[in-house]
Design a protein around this ligand. Structure first.
Ligand code: ADP
Ligand code: MG
Length: 361
């Protein structure tokens, strides 16, 4: 075998490439939903409702009242790398939208039965069209009665990818991932009413209003037990060595947050709802640091609940690290984490003291 002639190198068939790429972006119903939710937010929606059947394994449907999609754009809506959000590579540094690569709808169209109903702002009609493997299915867009906005239905996710289909967990487990994604955005996106409901149920599992505060949203999503015990956090740290501590320093860090204090006793696992420059992300070093801090300061307290809205200068954040955009990279990570740790520590110590005073007074 060692002396066998090398196999010929061939270009992969476009369809094979697209199915492989789809698997990188869309791993389970919750990842498809996250992409669609971000699209609805990018479209300027103030109302977004999600409908789920069998944990999203059967149906994911998301309806928004955003800007809609023009009829003329529908033919390329699901092509790979078609987007209304990015033109030049340099735009990535100043991007204010969640999407930018034009890959999500393409990927979803390759691994599900997808239909889009949309009415563009200012248009006379709405249109409905099905997509398959990134193309519109005949007969193309049909006029329908609609209201401005977009509804996208994704049925039978991974029906044509047997290995993925088999890897899907029970409906209830997939649904808990969906609720996790919707809940995080519902808390972050004040000014947007977000709901999530299972087909056949009359009451949604998540429902926030467009006029409520962030604390109202926390109460609606995570419950009154959490909302009652939260301390507000505000941190501005420029970093550097100047006499003035200002957000204009090299760190340019600003954090708004809500975090559980010593009285919060019901948390069984740490919840860190983290947004960096408007993106819902994971940051394991920050998470570990905060868990350690709580464990050392409040050994008897429950696992903490934290919401952090972190702002950094856009130039210091790399959004294009991972196909799912689940992780972002940012500069000065050690310093940023340390600033946040110090601020949370100060908050917890202060609240612990006032609690001691309150209970002993
Ligand atoms: P990206 O978000 O990276 O641009 P997507 O594949 O997620 O790529 O979406 C492709 C394009 O479809 C978007 O750029 C946007 O113009 C349009 N689009 C998708 N969903 C919606 C929506 N809910 N409302 C309005 N336009 C949408
Ligand atoms: Mg998108």
């Amino acid at each position: 075998a060692a002396s066998a002639a090398p196999p010929a190198i061939r270009k992969l068939d476009e369809n094979v490439v697209n199915k492989i790429a789809a698997g990188e972006v869309i791993q389970r119903p919750a990842s498809a939903l996250k992409e669609m939710l971000e699209n609805s937010l990018d479209a300027g929606s103030t109302q977004i409702s999600v409908l789920v059947k069998e944990g999203g394994n059967k149906l994911l449907q998301i309806t928004d009242n955003g800007c809609g999609i023009r009829k003329d754009d529908l033919p390329i809506l699901c092509h790979r790398h078609t987007t209304s959000k990015l033109r030049e590579f340099e735009d990535l540094q100043t991007l204010s939208t969640l999407g930018f690569r034009g890959e999500a709808l393409c990927s979803i169209s390759f691994v599900s039965h997808m239909s889009v109903t949309t009415m563009a702002r200012g248009a006379q009609y709405g249109y409905r069209v099905n997509f398959k493997d990134s193309e519109m299915e005949p007969p193309g867009p049909r006029p329908v009665a609609a209201v401005p906005g977009t509804t996208i239905s994704v049925e039978d996710l991974f029906f044509n990818v047997p290995t993925r289909r088999k890897a899907l967990k029970s409906a209830s487990e997939e649904y808990s991932h969906i609720l996790d994604v919707v809940g995080r955005y519902a808390v972050y996106s004040t000014g947007v009413a977000i709901s999530c409901r299972r087909a056949g149920e009359s009451r949604p599992d998540i429902s926030t209003t467009a006029t409520g505060s962030r604390l109202d949203a926390v109460r609606a999503v995570y419950g009154a037990d959490v909302a009652r015990e939260l301390l507000p956090l505000l941190l501005e740290a420029g970093g550097g060595t100047g006499p003035e501590v200002s957000v204009d320093g090299p760190l340019g860090l600003r954090v708004e947050g809500l975090l559980s204090g010593a009285n919060y006793v019901t948390g069984k696992k740490t919840v860190l709802v983290l947004f960096i420059n408007g993106r819902c992300v994971e940051c394991s070093p920050l998470r570990r640091c905060l868990e350690g801090l709580y464990a050392s300061l409040l050994p008897k307290a429950a696992r903490p609940w934290l919401f952090l809205d972190v702002r950094l200068p856009p130039r210091q954040v790399e959004v294009n690290m991972h196909p799912t955009k689940r992780e972002v990279g940012f500069m000065h990570q050690v310093e940023v984490i340390e600033e946040i740790r110090r601020a949370v520590e100060a908050k917890l110590l202060a609240s612990n003291e006032s609690r001691t005073f309150a209970t002993t007074a």
